[in-house]
Design a protein around this ligand. Structure first.
Ligand SMILES: *[C@@H]1O[C@H](CO)[C@@H](O)[C@H](O)[C@H]1NC(C)=O
Ligand SMILES: *[C@@H]1O[C@H](CO)[C@@H](O)[C@H](O)[C@H]1NC(C)=O
Ligand SMILES: *[C@@H]1O[C@H](CO)[C@@H](O)[C@H](O)[C@H]1NC(C)=O
Ligand SMILES: *[C@@H]1O[C@H](CO)[C@@H](O)[C@H](O)[C@H]1NC(C)=O
Ligand SMILES: *[C@@H]1O[C@H](CO)[C@@H](O)[C@H](O)[C@H]1NC(C)=O
Ligand SMILES: *[C@@H]1O[C@H](CO)[C@@H](O)[C@H](O)[C@H]1NC(C)=O
Length: 399
């Protein structure tokens, strides 16, 4: 006999179960098989999950899957989680991509996306790096393969790894309130142009508890970045955390509110760095930069502001950078450097660096190329605490 209780209780129970267990879309159900291209299966699963009116989870199970290329787009009707447990591998031959102009994986226009699960995005780039000479050759063939997060809002990407990208690992553009946590980037020190995270034109991005090993910048910050918090990130090998390079595009937007705290650099080429091009049109401002509690472990150039950035002499030094750097604090930086120049500030002649405050610095160089030193141009910092070595010839003072 069906009781009144059953009538009332079962729908309620169903509701609770439903709320607790989001609908799950396993790519296996859509024909996704290990060691085969899962692009179609993943896209079908995404379309269903994205159309669901309650939270849903797409599962890429344990195992190795191939993915030639994919674009996952919102808007979705409810939060979506992409749970990657396995390894998703790009084709090694980038000339075989269906759309040569598109990125390997593009995820865009999604609100409340979560990516997690402990899996790996493997760009399979070892072959491609040998062909990438974009650093030296402005007419190079641009390698397409990236993971791109564009126009995501209120999203979390955590506990996943991206390795051996053919180009920049992760490209973040137009995002708001997105957290990268325990996100691992892993590529050889010999890989070229493989920036870990490139973040631009975004707001309120947190990068927390991450380990980034790569051949180029650990994190590079492009124009239009507002409120970026980088905390407890370990970089190395690689080229450090860099604002820029900036200045080449006339319409570049201001960079404001960059906080780098409790980070460690191990054997990197640079630690913290700002770089802008000379003889370049942009007039944006770089302001509100804060670096605190940073350990430099055998870093070539721990602290760098370079407003005459001109790698491989690709530009002219005829006129200074028009970019104003201001409101910067550098506090509690310690460790070792592998060149005698512990800090190098080359600010713009026409727009000297303003309101730079330097706190405790304790850096040691024990190599044989002379005593530890700093180089300063067009900057007049204020000091608090104790600096070892003295910065910009200012006498070191006790705290
Ligand atoms: C890959 O990322 C880099 C860095 O943001 C970008 O310049 C390049 O255009 C991206 N590739 C594609 C195909 O979008
Ligand atoms: C930011 O995103 C997180 C993660 O989705 C969310 O929990 C939080 O409410 C968002 N914050 C705001 C101000 O929307
Ligand atoms: C990002 O980090 C800042 C500073 O630690 C913190 O105030 C903010 O709540 C964080 N945002 C999220 C979404 O976790
Ligand atoms: C810092 O990040 C590492 C790597 O993800 C993690 O193991 C460690 O627990 C984090 N430390 C703190 C204080 O959260
Ligand atoms: C950051 O580093 C400072 C100084 O080393 C330390 O006192 C503080 O506890 C650290 N914070 C976190 C969140 O690990
Ligand atoms: C230089 O510093 C490194 C790292 O602290 C240390 O391992 C090495 O022994 C030092 N060399 C000399 C000559 O002091």
């Amino acid at each position: 006999m069906v009781s009144k209780f059953t009538f009332l209780f079962l729908p309620l129970l169903a509701l609770i179960v439903h709320a607790k267990h989001p609908a799950t879309f396993n790519i296996g159900k859509y024909g996704g098989k290990p060691n085969a291209n899962i692009a179609k299966a993943l896209l079908s699963a995404w379309k269903e999950a994205c159309a669901a009116t309650t939270p849903s989870t797409i599962v890429v199970p344990k195992g190795t899957f191939l993915l030639n290329q994919i674009k996952l787009e919102g808007p979705c009707k409810a939060p979506v989680e992409l749970r990657v447990k396995g390894l998703i591998k790009a084709p090694s031959d980038y000339t075989k991509l269906p759309d040569k102009k598109a990125e390997w994986i593009t995820i865009r226009y999604v609100d409340h996306l979560t990516i997690q699960g402990g899996g790996v995005f493997d760009g399979n780039g070892k072959k491609a790096w040998t062909k990438n000479d974009c650093g030296k050759n402005p007419n190079c063939v641009k390698l397409p393969l990236n993971v791109s997060f564009n126009f995501l809002t209120n999203s979390i990407i955590r506990d996943v790894t991206t390795k051996d990208s053919k180009n920049f690992h992760v490209n973040v553009i137009g995002c708001k309130n997105v957290t990268f946590q325990r996100f691992t980037v892993s590529a050889s020190i010999k890989s070229i142009n493989t920036d870990g995270l490139h973040i631009a034109k975004s707001e309120r991005i947190n990068v927390t508890d991450c380990i980034i090993k790569t051949g180029d910048d650990c994190i590079s910050i492009g124009d239009g970045m507002k409120q970026l918090h980088v905390q407890n990130v370990t970089c190395g090998p690689g080229h450090g955390i860099s604002v820029g390079s900036l200045g080449k595009g006339a319409t570049e937007e201001d960079v404001t509110g960059i906080y780098v705290k409790n980070c460690t650099f191990i054997g990197t080429q640079n630690g913290i760095r700002v770089k802008t091009w000379p003889s370049a049109p942009a007039t944006l401002k770089i302001t509100d930069l804060h670096y605190e509690n940073i350990i430099m472990d055998d870093v070539e150039n721990p602290i760098v502001i370079d407003q005459e950035y001109c790698p491989w002499d690709q530009c002219e030094q005829a006129s200074p950078s028009l970019i104003q750097v201001s409101k910067m604090t550098i506090k509690n930086i310690k460790g070792t450097c592998t060149t005698p120049v512990a800090a190098k500030f080359t600010c713009s002649k026409t727009n000297p660096c303003k309101n730079v405050e330097i706190g405790d610095i304790d850096l040691a160089y024990n190599g044989s190329e002379g005593p530890i030193t700093t180089k300063c141009a067009n900057i007049n910092p204020t000091f608090v605490g104790k600096q070892n070595p003295p910065i910009c010839d200012a006498p070191s003072r006790a705290a």
